[in-house]
Design a binder for this molecule. Sequence first.
Ligand SMILES: Nc1ncnc2c1ncn2[C@@H]1O[C@H](COP(=O)(O)OP(=O)(O)OP(=O)(O)O)[C@@H](O)[C@H]1O
Ligand SMILES: [Mg+2]
Length: 284
Amino acid sequence: MTTILSIQSAVAYGHVGNSAAVFPMQRLGVEVWPVSTVLFSNHTGYGQWRGPLVAPSDVREVVTGVEERGALAEVDAVLSGYQGGEEIGAAILDAVARTKAANPEAIYACDPVMGNAKSGCFVHPAIPVLLRDEVVPQADLITPNQFELGFLTETEPADLGSTLAAVDRAREMGPSTVLVTSVLRPDRPSDTIEMLACHEDEAWIVRTPHLPLKANGSGDVTAALFTTHWLRTGDLRVSLERTVSSVFALLQATLDSGRRELQLVQTQDAFADPACEFTAQRVR
Ligand SMILES: Nc1ncnc2c1ncn2[C@@H]1O[C@H](COP(=O)(O)OP(=O)(O)OP(=O)(O)O)[C@@H](O)[C@H]1O
Ligand SMILES: [Mg+2]
């Protein structure tokens, strides 16, 4: 049984953070243990929200409680997303260290959430620096979008060559596996978007249509699915194709619904049984 300790935000309304990531993983048969870092009404993209931040000391308490059940030894991966502040980051790294002490085979999958090319950085200015200098070096797998990859590596990845070079720099920092989301090469066919997966001497890229929407949480679902498929198969190409297939189906259904929030439950079959209609191309 694949088991993932997923330390992320929770919202009541809509789907971001754990409220986006947990259900797709469960549909894949993963045993997920969600730890909440905030308990909000809705994602902050609405400009208004209610509900508390979870104190970093309480995040640590919850992880300690899981540890006291002797359960950290069962964890195959710690997955983290948006890190609200430096102390939450430290609490996540502490959870990673305790998990790895209990199970040396466990990996840390870090989605280094900072922003995107369109909106720029949307987290507190201390967070990208913390992610680059403290968190990413502890990660085994990272899932930045192309913009975040640029910040982490202090480069400006654009075409395939510069993006692969940035991935190599990121891997020199610590992680052995890198999934780059929202790759927008200047020379791509119009209205397309790509995702690039790299591990050791292998790199695969897959292209889909670029749909006219920006749905919060797509990156959170992407990180969760890729982490699951990668743990399960160890096959980079298969993990990438399954992830892209499910995420595209989810976004297409969301666009068709005319709603703003990810249509997660409505597309549940796209997680357990991805159609894989997009074929990855080997680029290394
Ligand atoms: N408009 C879109 N059309 C097609 N695919 C998309 C679109 N938006 C996102 N995706 C897919 O979802 C993947 C992850 O989304 P994205 O890179 O936007 O995550 P993100 O930047 O982390 O965003 P967020 O954290 O707000 O969810 C992309 O690599 C792409 O495959
Ligand atoms: Mg993201």
